[in-house]
Design a protein around this ligand. Structure first.
Ligand SMILES: [Zn+2]
Length: 153
């Protein structure tokens, strides 16, 4: 596991504990080269979760992508990276507990909003406004497409 600060490959584990949901092991590590500390998560390998995007293409569920989106909405807010990590774990767990191996990106957006609402009101409003705007643009295009179809001879 490479150190995120210096890229060093040797580290020692200084603390190990299961996450709240018990689905992951959180390890606190210290880099042997630069002595900075970082966290890794260990999880049981699960069946892949596919995300159906708005244009109907599919891609693998990517924790980091969801986390990045949430991080952006938390800029300048008193929200820790760990809080967001936990929120993404909650989302992932909710999805994995469902019956489907395929979920829509809309569903993920909704879950992210729910999590942010619990963490920070401002971040929630930011995320929701961006998210809803996209939803509107899409319905706008859908409308437009319908109109165009009608005009074709
Ligand atoms: Zn290091």
């Amino acid at each position: 596991m490479k150190c995120p600060y210096c890229g060093g490959e040797e580290s020692k584990v200084i603390d190990s504990r299961p996450t709240e949901d018990g689905e992951r092991i959180r390890r606190r590590r210290e880099c042997l080269a630069c002595h900075k500390r970082f966290t890794t998560y260990e999880a049981v390998e699960t069946l892949p979760l596919m995300v159906i995007k708005k244009n109907n293409s599919r891609e693998l569920f990517d924790r980091q992508k969801v986390l990045n989106g949430m991080l952006r909405s938390c800029a300048q807010r008193p929200v820790s990276y760990e809080q967001l990590e936990q929120a993404v774990s909650n989302i992932e767990q909710t999805l994995l507990n469902g019956y489907d191996r395929e979920v829509s990106s809309v569903q993920i957006g909704e879950l992210a909003m729910q999590e942010l609402k619990k963490i920070d009101e401002v971040a929630y409003v930011r995320f929701a406004s961006v998210y809803r705007r996209f939803a509107d643009v899409e319905s706008f295009f859908a409308e437009l497409e319908e109109l165009m179809k009608d005009r074709k001879p």
